[in-house]
Design a protein around this ligand. Structure first.
Ligand code: HEM
Length: 137
């Protein structure tokens, strides 16, 4: 179900404020990799220059998805979801909890205008995208 566009605008503005600080995605991966040895091991051979740019694009994809922009899923987000599915990266549901918590912690640190409402909006928007990933597991 598409989310309230106003709520999503809040998230988009928050993402812009976070992204204004070049350390945002570095910090996200620092928090996420520290959240579990399992996560750390999965990113052992990752090129983070590339990974951070891909994540940036997919965060916008997640927001587009939550807007329910059209009848077809965003083809880029679909590719990323399939990459995480069984048989490829095999990312189970419990790891998405760590991903989401890490993202919320980082947003709280980096958005100077962060409020509990904005964090709740992030959580709603990302939960929709995570559902989409899990649907394609
Ligand atoms: C909905 C949440 C997530 C989003 C939006 C996301 C996004 C992405 C994107 C865009 C890529 C790069 C795909 C490519 O172009 O190669 C990627 C790769 C990857 N993701 Fe995720 N991801 C999410 C959740 C997770 C979780 C929970 C894990 C668990 C550890 C995870 C582990 C990985 C790994 C291991 C890679 C491959 C890194 C490499 O190429 O070395 N992701 N993810």
């Amino acid at each position: 179900m598409p989310l309230d566009p106003e709520v999503l605008n809040e998230v988009e503005r928050s993402l812009d404020r976070c992204g204004a600080n070049p350390a945002f995605l570095d910090r996200f991966y620092e928090v996420f990799l520290a959240s579990s040895p399992k996560v750390l091991a999965m990113f052992e051979h990752t090129n983070f220059y590339r990974q951070k740019r891909a994540l940036q694009a997919s965060l916008h994809g997640m927001l587009l998805h939550a807007r329910g922009a059209g009848p077809e899923p965003d083809p880029y987000l679909l590719e990323v979801a399939k990459r995480h599915s069984r048989g490829q990266l095999s990312i189970g549901a419990e790891l998405y909890d760590l991903w989401l918590d890490s993202l919320l912690v980082t947003v709280k640190e980096f958005d100077p205008q962060c409020t509990p409402e904005i964090l709740a909006a992030w959580e709603q928007a990302m939960t929709q995208g995570i559902q989409f990933f899990l649907t394609h597991y």
